[in-house]
Design a binder for this molecule. Structure first.
Ligand SMILES: [Zn+2]
Length: 74
């Protein structure tokens, strides 16, 4: 299983907030396009960040709350 290895490398790079690794090509080329916070009337705010990879041109949305990447299909 490759997934466990990926998660541990994410843990290690947590200190530096700007270099996020692309889940697809693993280059540290992700650029944040925008950051969305859910409106307060929804309850606890949910943060969603949108990224583009400059290396492989993949698009992702990232939820810091559960540390999960979701691919965005065009
Ligand atoms: Zn990439």
């Amino acid at each position: 299983m490759e997934i466990a290895v990926r998660q541990s490398s994410l843990e290690r790079s947590r200190g530096s907030h700007d270099s996020k690794k692309c889940p697809q090509c693993r280059a540290e080329a992700l650029v944040m396009l925008r950051r969305h916070v859910s409106p307060p009337q929804w309850g606890a705010p949910v943060v969603t960040e949108y990224y583009d990879c400059e290396y492989c041109e993949a698009s992702y949305q990232f939820s810091p709350a559960d540390n999960r990447w979701r691919p965005i299909y065009h």
